[in-house]
Design a binder for this molecule. Structure first.
Ligand code: PXL
Length: 273
């Protein structure tokens, strides 16, 4: 159908991500970020996560069947053929999901593939992540143009131990060498000091992005919103470095204006800026 709208059409941004029912993280955070930054957000859902208040807020994880993920992507990619150039990859949760998503992604050309290499959610045991880690490295990392690992994910992807700014820089460089993607490696509250530092490296430019730490406790949705903000900015035409800077500011303000939660982590508010 042809549109008669007069305003310029918004850039379309797809997130392939999980639902986190409380709205802090996952697809909910991505969509709110896209809307706030002026892109037209769409979702293909990979899994449903429901925290369990009766079991120490552990994560109940239900994967979406691979063929249902493939159906969603078929619908989306066909609807917006020729307009859909930017995708964000969030929580996959299993090697089967990663295979399905990689196959769909290879069905078209992309300008921007932003990979948030979610291995485990905050508070989960790292043991869950190992097979997903291998599949992610083999099948999704090579497709990424921009990758946003947190402290744990940067250690997994680089094989390095990250204890300070210098080792975060080494990890960012190593992940760039392995993938060719622009890297924004996040120190967050895991690195000591009064600043939250993220390292941007794209093979040419190295920049350490700094913001004053707002408390020492992580906030739910910070990683998802950061990668989603990068995605929106890239879709609007920003360079990777500009996108990283804008995303960092967006997340800092979202953390400052967080929403209180009875779960162990408060939730970032995308309307904070
Ligand atoms: O913050 C990582 C994350 C991403 N996606 C989903 C999640 C979480 C953490 O809870 O549930 C769906």
């Amino acid at each position: 159908m042809t549109s008669t709208a007069h305003a310029p059409a918004p850039a379309i941004t797809l997130t392939i991500a999980g639902s986190e029912a409380t709205g802090g993280a996952g697809a909910q955070a991505d969509l709110k970020t896209f809307q706030q930054l002026g892109t037209y957000g769409i979702v293909a859902l990979t899994c449903i996560v429901s925290f369990d208040p009766q079991d120490n807020w552990n994560h109940r994880f239900v994967p979406v069947e691979p063929h249902v993920i493939a159906d969603q992507l078929e619908a989306t990619q066909t609807c917006y053929e020729g307009q859909l150039e930017t995708v964000k990859l969030g929580m996959m949760g299993s090697p089967a999901t990663i295979d399905t998503v990689a196959t769909a992604l290879k069905g078209q050309a992309w300008k921007n593939v932003v990979l948030d290499p979610v291995l485990i959610c905050k508070g989960q045991e790292p043991g869950h992540a190992l097979d997903t880690d291998q599949a992610l490295k083999a099948n999704l990392l090579p497709l990424a143009t921009f990758v946003t690992p947190n402290h744990f994910e940067a250690e997994q992807l680089s094989g390095l131990t990250i204890t300070d700014e210098a080792s975060l820089i080494e990890a960012a460089k190593s992940i760039h060498e392995a993938s060719g993607a622009a890297v924004l490696a996040k120190g967050g509250v895991r690195l000591a000091g009064s600043e939250a530092i993220d390292v941007f490296y794209d093979g040419e430019t190295l920049e350490v992005l700094r913001a004053e730490k707002i408390g020492e406790v992580a906030v739910s949705g910070a990683g998802c919103s950061l990668a989603a903000a990068v995605t929106a900015e890239l879709a609007k035409g920003a360079t990777p470095l500009e996108a990283a800077r804008t995303a960092k500011e967006f997340v800092t303000e979202g953390i400052r204006h967080r929403v209180a939660s009875a779960a162990p982590f408060d939730a970032l508010w995308q309307g904070g800026k």
